[in-house]
Ligand binder design. Structure first.
Ligand code: PXG
Length: 288
């Protein structure tokens, strides 16, 4: 079924949802976005995603043509118009149409579109068995270059690491920062469990402040687990009892091997399973 797309001011048919080849979002990757889940027709953590979008935009001096309240209503309307039950929203703000040349101020008006569609799920056995990952040689962007907290349209840094993963026949790569500490995966945040303590790198290590990460940290605390944010080395990943990734696309997924080293017993661990289960109950509104 053809989708209804929110384009700038309102909903249009998918066939009419077109943007200019002069949009700097396309010409320079100049823009910001959010990827958001819908569970049972309810938009997951919309407030957190809208807040992060506005912060990303502020950081790159990109004005958004709507208020956070108006944008929230536009997202809800797009979800309703497409009758999305379980799905995925892509909310994109581009610098807009300008002249050739990278001066962003030639763009008179930022562009905005919202896609609400079905989600392509990973095969269930991947979650059961866990995934293998590698350490990428591509270093995560330096925070004084393009801060990884900005969810920008320029994903080449992550894509180069993803290519390394795919070349090694694994689905994900772990990215390290310029100091050698774990930053994040290409589209997910990193967690380990060691002696029942749940550890994740602080945002300053060079990762996106993931919405899923935030939810999982809260759920882990609620379960009475000790939770700490601290710098992790590659060695820490190798010798953790459990290892998992969190993100809008992957949700909570166990990692059972990295760079040929088996993690823990080689199976998805009990804390990962517990947090995954709690995450779903929370996402589907079965637990507050
Ligand atoms: N790090 C990076 C670099 C990301 O892009 C995350 C961490 C996890 O953040 P959230 O807020 O999702 O828990 C992301 C999220 C896609 C897609 O289409 C990518 C993301 C989210 C949704 C869809 O590839 N990245």
């Amino acid at each position: 079924m053809a989708l209804k797309i929110w384009l700038d001011m309102g909903l249009v048919d998918e066939k009419d949802a077109k943007i200019s080849v002069f949009d700097h979002g396309l010409l320079y990757g100049d823009g910001v976005f959010e990827g958001i889940r819908v569970y049972d027709g309810r938009v997951f953590e919309l407030e957190a995603h809208i807040r992060r979008l506005f912060e990303s935009a502020r950081a790159i001096r990109l004005p958004i043509s709507m208020t956070p309240e108006e944008l929230t209503a536009a997202v809800e309307e797009t979800v309703k118009a497409n009758k999305v039950g379980d799905g995925y929203i892509r909310l994109v703000v581009t610098r807009g149409v300008g002249t050739l040349g990278l001066n962003p101020f030639t763009c008179q008006k930022s562009g905005l579109f919202i896609i609400a569609d079905k989600i392509q799920l990973y095969p269930p056995e991947l979650y059961e068995k866990g995934i293998k990952v590698i350490s990428a040689t591509t270093v995560r962007n330096h925070p004084l270059a393009l801060p990884p907290q900005v969810k920008s349209l320029n994903y080449l840094n992550n894509i180069l690491a993803k290519i390394e993963a795919l070349d090694s026949d694994v689905p994900e790569a772990i990215m390290y920062n310029h100091e050698g500490y774990v930053a994040e995966a290409t589209g997910d945040n990193v967690f380990i469990v060691k002696n029942r303590v749940v550890c994740t790198p602080p945002v300053e290590a060079g990762g996106l402040e993931g919405v899923t990460r935030g939810v999982v940290l809260r759920l882990a605390q609620r379960e009475g687990l000790e939770v700490i944010e601290k710098n992790l080395t590659r060695h820490d990943l190798y010798v953790g009892d459990e290892f998992f990734l969190t993100g809008t696309a992957a949700e909570v997924i166990g990692v059972v091997q990295i760079d040929g080293r088996i993690i823990g017993t080689g199976a998805v661990g009990p804390v990962t399973r517990l947090l995954r289960e709690k995450f779903f109950r929370y996402a589907r509104g079965k637990e507050q």
